[in-house]
Design a protein around this ligand. Structure first.
Ligand code: ZN
Length: 302
């Protein structure tokens, strides 16, 4: 036997075994074509035997029939980067890939799902009902408004001070960036299945971020609301394929709360405009520095 002795063909399909890192099941090499068909939970994959792999291939071929009839009704963001989930509302199917190259799930195989903002539940769905929980994110974003105004003011002040010596901006001076943690980091999505090869699928989707150069609560909340729009699409899609009859329940203030946020959102923005007006008055010598400082504190509520 030479060093480059030929490996026996794939025991499943008789195909050629890859020379580079071929996969094994129960110590036997299988070909890449067979291996690439595997789409299941990691621990199930690690426990595959030749027998259970053959059973899986039967499942795989049946799943191919679902792929053949799949008609894409909607594509929704799912996970990071350009990952999508596609839905077929007619046949009540979905696939966690935009290319139909993964397992196609039947809606009835989805037992429940939960979407959280970090660890706080936002949506929960099952045949028992679809629950929406009130989010505290907009309020917590609002609560950062004074801190943001202060940051912008400090930076403006630093720039003004910098210009004082020679009337020119010193762009080599260290720039200040806003560095405060957002109200939450990720939307955490968990799907629970009644399925031979999948029990749970989890994925994280990034929440909005503050612009660290020009942080702005309104901008943050707008982009939060856009994300919520996408999340709601996802929720509606899961409900449509998995439990169309499930009743809707809202927990907490829900939409009314979002409305309230709009009203309380205005003051910090106005405050900044007001402060700018007072600043001009100060620069024109109409009011003193002390009067300006007092007004600024009052407007920012600090
Ligand atoms: Zn093979």
């Amino acid at each position: 036997m030479g060093l480059f002795s030929k490996k026996p063909p794939c025991p499943i399909c008789g195909g050629k075994i890859s020379w580079f890192l071929p996969s094994k099941i129960e110590g036997e090499y299988i070909c890449d074509t067979c291996h690439n068909k595997i789409d299941m939970e990691t621990d199930k994959e690690s426990q595959l035997t030749m027998q259970s792999f053959r059973e899986y291939l039967t499942f795989y071929d049946q799943n191919q029939l679902l792929k053949d009839q799949f008609v894409i009704s909607e594509r929704i963001d799912f996970g990071l980067w350009d990952t999508k989930i596609i839905f077929d509302y007619q046949n009540k199917l979905f696939c966690l890939s935009k290319n139909l190259d993964k397992t196609v799930f039947e809606g009835k195989q989805l037992k429940s799902f939960i979407i959280k903002e970090d660890s706080a539940p936002l949506f929960e769905g099952s045949a028992a009902g679809l629950r929406r929980y009130a989010s505290t994110v907009p309020e917590r974003a609002m609560a950062l408004a004074p801190q943001i105004s202060q940051f912008m003011m400090n930076r403006q002040m630093a720039r003004a001070m910098d210009k004082l010596d020679d009337g020119k901006a010193n762009w080599s001076a260290p720039r200040q960036y806003f560095d405060v943690p957002e109200p939450f980091q990720v939307f955490n999505v968990e799907l629970h299945f009644d399925h031979p090869y999948w029990t749970v699928i989890k994925c994280d989707m990034d929440g909005p971020r503050f612009d660290n150069n020009l942080p702005d609560v309104n901008g943050y909340i707008r982009s939060y609301q856009r994300s919520i729009g996408e999340i709601e699409k996802l929720v509606t899609a899961f409900k449509t394929v998995a439990f169309p009859e499930a009743p809707d329940q809202s927990i907490g203030h829900g939409a009314a709360g979002a409305q309230a946020v709009h009203t309380t959102m205005a003051p910090p923005v106005d405050a900044i405009g007001e402060i700018k007006k007072y600043k001009t008055l100060m620069e024109e010598g109409i009011i003193s520095q002390q009067e300006f400082d007092a007004k600024k504190k009052q407007l920012l509520g600090i």
